[in-house]
Design a protein around this ligand. Sequence first.
Ligand code: AAL
Length: 416
Amino acid sequence: MYRIKLTSVAVLCLMALSVSAQKKSKGFPYELPAEKPDRPLSLGMERSYDKYGATPQANELYTQFKYTELKGFDYHGHDGTISRRDPSKIIFKNGKYYVWYTYRNTTTSPKGAAKANDTIPSADWDLSEIWYATSKDGFTWEEQGVAVPRPPKPAVGWRSVTTTDILEWKGKYYLYYQGFLEISGKKGDDCPVAVSYADSPDGPWVPYNKIVIPNGAEGEWDQFSIHDPYPLVYKGKIYLYYKSDSKNNGDYIRMQGLATADNPLGPFKKHPLNPVIGSGHETTMFPFKDGIAALVIRDGNEHNTVQFAKDGVNFDVAANVEFMPNAAGPFIPDAYTNTKDGRGITWGLSHFTAVNGWSTNHAILSRFDCDLSQDVNDPNMKKNHVYLRPEFFYKMGLTAAQKKRIAEENEQLNKK
Ligand code: AAL
């Protein structure tokens, strides 16, 4: 009897065990496995593990972005006559941070290409110079004045010098920038890239007075413009990323190219696989681990992503993010050290445009913070949800044409 009892207990235990084993083998576990589990997975879950590390918290290239108003810059009552935009990367030298940017101080706000003349700007970046500022803490900045003025006509950049970025190479400094030889907007936003160099970040800056990254040949994607020159040191070379405006059915298509050089004054060789990213605008890159990461913002199918290329050329999406910094210029301590283990970024400057509408169009610089760093682990920066009030969405409401189409659809239905 006793024996029989034991056996039935054993049977019950075995049944319970097999039920729990069955449960285990069937459903995906409640506790998300840190490593990709050895079981059949959907395409979505394969991707989740292979590309993103399964959670935003585990994904070093996922982050939120937080913004802070800067102190130290005056904007003439925000009437559109003073603009600061497109900040460079930030470097730390002589005990302070340095940043360079497009500075416009004109008698009027931008009036479009048809009304532009020698003193009236067509666009926010027309009739501009490159200025710089320094800071002890990254929040309060002291404007130091002009770094690169507009050169006399017909030198490259005579109409406007804009959208600069800095390179430190063998103890010297190089500012690359868009050199406009015509009013922006007359045909398009057309320009090549020029460079000035100096022994100190405080200058004086010597203009090289030659086009250093030329536009592409006729019919090529970058035939009219090279924008947002963005140099890094990678694999012992200068890796300069840039954007161009090509066209599709009349719309501008923004993509990113790469040009490499052994000498900061060139020759730069454009990569045969250009464009290397089919999306993005004012794209920000930084060394990350053994490759290059990119903040891909504003334009294209893959806007609002952080991407990564193990070889600096073949980028893939590593994270989907929101509220990305426009034209970000991060502080990247290892931007020029030829690192093979890029540490990432935690802050920089970016810009907001049309801050109080288009009639007084101008841009302001602001600070962004994030956690795209191997050295910082800030769970608060890895949260997903950002709450926006309904007014934010209603402001981006339907156009008159859309409202008309909907009214017509309703009318058709009501007729039936
Ligand atoms: C920005 C940048 C370049 C363009 C213009 C000023 O978004 O891409 O700099 O030329 O707009």
